[in-house]
Design a protein around this ligand. Structure first.
Ligand SMILES: [Zn+2]
Length: 305
């Protein structure tokens, strides 16, 4: 199965503390990293957790609050010192684009690579990016400023060739890739062997959804139905619903109820407030509703499976 995993670089809210960095994480598919959010100090976290930025070509920013994007210009500035040459794509909410462009023009003007800004401004879930590994859909969340969630869908892999068929039908090595892509095979004596006889279906595709920062968004339970891993804002603990509502965040209990409604396989809680000395309460409340819950933590890598 293709490696598909999430590494948490920061999962604290508002400002960095000795316990948590502000928000950033890496989605890694088959060794290719995609960065989601870029709080202050993200570039140091990338070094600490051995994420190679040479292959980082796409960064997704959820919204314009500083705890999700203040590390971006610093990271770009360092990439410019790295002799990078490949294009870098920034997918950012439209309100952030002019501010970011001005900072790039001022701080990152001497560079050998293109920075391409892709503004996000949609009222409905919209595909924003696709490559050979993943397809990414952005969807508006419910926060104090324009804010977007991201749904990463793994692209379908190749079909599996039945080993015994290679000898049985005399399949040459160079014919294997096309059979794995679904084509039939014609033997040396002209017999056409249907692909179904030669292969078994590809591995099921997996998905990862990122929702931070936001109130609970029940309108997306269908979009996110059966998602394999759901990262959700859990800034507050149950009992602090009034605060969560006031600041457009969620409690861990609300996140768990949402994960249950989505029939998610697993829930990863994050964006923790520094007001709680002990975060175990957040996990306890969540697991009562949704047992397959994990707490984010800096350096934690979670496989999407
Ligand atoms: Zn925010």
């Amino acid at each position: 199965m293709t490696p598909f995993e999430i590494t948490i670089l920061g999962c604290g809210s508002a400002k960095p503390t000795l316990r948590h960095h502000t928000t950033s994480q890496v989605v890694s598919v088959k060794g290719t990293p995609y960065l989601i959010d870029c709080g202050e100090g993200t570039q140091v976290q990338l070094i600490r957790y051995k994420i190679h930025t040479g292959k980082l070509d796409h960064i997704f920013i959820s919204h314009s609050h500083g705890d999700h994007c203040l590390g971006l210009v610093g990271l770009l500035s360092s990439l410019a010192l790295d002799n990078r040459s490949n294009d870098l794509h920034l997918h950012v909410p439209a309100d952030l684009e002019p501010i970011l462009q001005a900072q790039i023009d001022f701080f990152v003007q001497h560079r050998n690579f293109n920075i391409l800004l892709h503004p996000i401004s949609f009222e409905l879930p919209t595909p924003i990016f696709e490559d050979s590994l993943v397809k990414v859909t952005a969807f508006p969340l419910n926060h104090r400023v324009p804010c977007y969630g991201f749904l990463f869908h793994e692209q379908p892999g190749d079909r599996h060739l039945k080993r015994e068929c290679i000898q049985l039908y005399g399949i040459p090595y160079d014919a294997i890739p096309s059979i794995q892509r679904g084509l039939d095979f014609t033997t040396a004596n002209g017999q056409v062997i249907p692909n179904d006889e030669l292969t078994t279906p590809p591995d099921p595709t997996r998905s990862y959804a990122y929702l931070s920062d936001t109130l609970v968004v029940p309108q997306y339970t269908e979009l996110l139905q059966n998602v394999d891993l759901l990262y959700h804002d859990a800034t507050y603990c149950a009992g602090d619903e009034a605060l969560a509502t006031k600041y457009f965040h969620a409690t861990s209990l609300q996140a768990a109820e949402f994960a249950k409604a989505c029939n998610a396989k697993r829930l990863l809680l994050g964006h923790f407030s520094s007001r709680y000395k002990d975060e175990n309460g957040l996990l306890e409340h969540a697991t009562q509703v949704f047992p397959h819950t994990l707490m984010a933590d800096e350096g934690l890598t979670v496989a999407v499976d």
